[in-house]
Design a protein around this ligand. Structure first.
Ligand SMILES: [Fe+2]
Length: 217
């Protein structure tokens, strides 16, 4: 796959357009999410110069990506459009795993089945564009993976693209979320996710205080 910057910029621009559209028309589950979406929409660049071209590629934890992407493309229109743009952009992206997580603190299944790409992110995240205090990633979890309780300084918005999954934040009860759902985590709010029988593909957007990594509780 050639890495011509103009082609990558066009594809990234299409992806960002689909993300903006999905956020703009999403059903807001609560006022905090509405405020978060407004801030993200203000901060997301429309078109940017791709300054970094990481060596693209998948890793062993990407085994369920194709089936998750296909499910997302066949899901609700707004997130299906994000998935279709991600399919075109993905060959330029480098899938990585959080270096702070390992089989000991997150479990062997997590290590084998959780990975992400960062279309907007710093170069050590494999990002194409360092967009300052907004970090836009796509996260994949294989079926039956538990992402243990963790927190981070950055407030975060998840947009589910595919895969019914269970989510819990703070002291709230577990909730099931499917394609199209928005899930907001405040700064330092403890949260945890469990994928179901299908792989879970989502957007994860950090939109402030992106410099420090997530920490397991
Ligand atoms: Fe998080």
């Amino acid at each position: 796959m050639g890495q011509h910057p103009g082609v990558i910029e066009d594809r990234l621009s299409d992806f960002l357009c689909a993300v903006r559209h999905a956020l703009d028309y999403a059903i807001m589950p609560d006022p905090d999410t509405r405020v978060a979406v407004r801030e993200i929409l203000r901060k997301l660049p429309a078109r940017t110069t791709v300054g970094q071209t990481p060596e693209p590629g998948r890793n062993a934890a990407c085994a369920t990506f194709e089936s998750a992407l296909l499910a997302a493309e066949n899901g609700p229109a707004l997130t299906a459009n994000v998935a279709k743009a991600l399919r075109v952009l993905e060959p330029h992206l480098k899938w990585i795993q959080n270096p702070n997580y390992n089989a000991r603190n997150q479990g062997a299944l997590f290590k084998a089945g959780q990975t992400f790409v960062a279309p907007l992110g710093p170069s050590d995240f494999g990002g194409l564009v360092d967009a300052g205090d907004v970090l836009l990633s796509a996260m994949l979890m294989a079926p039956g993976v538990h992402y243990k309780e963790h927190h981070h300084a950055a407030p975060e918005l998840y947009v589910i693209l595919a895969g019914d999954s269970m989510w819990r934040r703070g002291g709230e009860p577990w909730k099931r979320h499917g394609a199209g759902a928005l899930i907001h985590h405040a700064s330092r709010q403890v949260h945890t996710t469990q994928s179901g029988a299908e792989p879970m593909l989502s957007l994860a957007i950090w939109y402030r205080d992106t410099a420090s990594h997530a920490t397991v509780v």
